[in-house]
Design a protein around this ligand. Sequence first.
Ligand code: ATP
Ligand code: MG
Length: 495
Amino acid sequence: MSDEVKKDCILIVDDEKGLRIGTQRLLEDEGYEVETADCGEEGIRLGKSKEFDIAVIDLRMPDIDGLEVLKEIKNTFPNTICFIATAYASYETAIQSTRLGAFSYIPKPFTPEELIYQVELGIKQRKLILEALKLKQEREEQLLELASEKSRLNTIIKAISDGVLVINKNIELVYFNYAALRFLNIQDVKIGQSVVEKLPPEISEIIDKIIAKEKILLKTYTTQIEILPNNELIIEAACTPVPNPDGSLAGVVIILSNITQFKKIEQIKSQFVSMVAHELKTPLAAVQGFINIILNDSLGVDREKQKEYLSRSTVRLKSLTDLVNDLLDISRMELKTKQREIEDVDITEALKSTLQFLEFEIKKKEILIDTHIEENLPTIKADVSEITRLFTNLISNAIKYNKESGSIYIIAHQENNYVCIKIRDTGIGMKPEEKDRLFSEFYRAKNEKTRGISGTGLGLSIVKKIVESYYGKIEVESVFGYGTTFTIHLPINQN
Ligand code: ATP
Ligand code: MG
């Protein structure tokens, strides 16, 4: 780019040669760039060929009138400052030329000073006009930017999963996104429409409270709303008043968040706590009772009886220890802090030792055990305590949820790269909806057949965690009232 300052450019349109050349010289000496036209036609051609800063146009020329030249130039370049130079200024021509956009008159004859003074005035005016134009353009660009910023924000708000609803103090809709309509189950609303009838009472109450306040409190009021029954959809509505610049209430912004999952977790947590408390309480109370009997001399319990109470206490305490161990196991598995001893595990051995371990329960309920284990079943790489844990949970369920003198079938064989183990019982079975939730922590089916059978609901969730940690899979089939089959696949080679 050249450092040279661009010269202001002037067009002289005059048929009088002497004046034309004299004016050109004078203005060039003043530092202007000057072009000349010796008739109206040439004046129009030049004046339209580029944008001059200033045009000095003679009023009377033989071919075309100066006013016509002025009109043509202004048509193309409205910001060129035009002077009409004339010795015959009349009131009408003055009016007409002003109407056509002339900046001023230069009466003829004029002195060099008069001309230069007028031209300088014209240049100043031109600069003002250009400056104003630039500002206008900048403002328009900013407005455009603002508009695109607004639409960007709009797109973001429309896309977020939280609901956004803005109302004015007449409870008319000012803004919303579709998530909000979905959460509140509102259809067919338009901006500007009243939503008094459509808002849930919990939100209406808060809005009434906000509107009733004399002075706006800039705080957020929250409420939780059960939108769909059975905790299917719970939302939290956070309502914040929006003030006008003068401090009065403009409206309320309502943000709606889906908190169903949090609520479910909260519920599971408190269910778990009460379940654990209950499970701890019963054996503790029993042990406490036995000890009280033994300590009470006046009851005179003999040595034999004392021994019996102590051994019953031991059984109760063992169940407590089991529960605590279950809980610890789950938390270790979840935190992945459990130490493992991986070795070749013989599935046949693991099943046999599990059955031995559960012998007492099996005999007590007179359960028939029928095993079909393929010979030379390949070993799997695993921690033997986890595999026996898995079988213990499944077989103890098959005993616990079996009928008296029922049967348990245990089948194990190789299936491609997997060892497949089936544990089938002839017990109470499960309803389809119970089956779906089986592996959730703390889930226990509650029906007429499970009443009176105790447990924590942790067994199968531990089973599932173990199976998945060895990249295996577990499936269940069940018919309510007839029995249940659990099928496990454990990979032989985990690579
Ligand atoms: P825990 O095993 O921790 O003592 P639990 O047996 O109740 O307690 P899970 O083993 O996780 O817990 O079983 C969850 C629920 O699934 C049980 O309460 C029962 O309703 C159902 N269930 C599990 N196994 C069977 C089965 N073989 N037959 C019928 N229902 C079963
Ligand atoms: Mg169980």
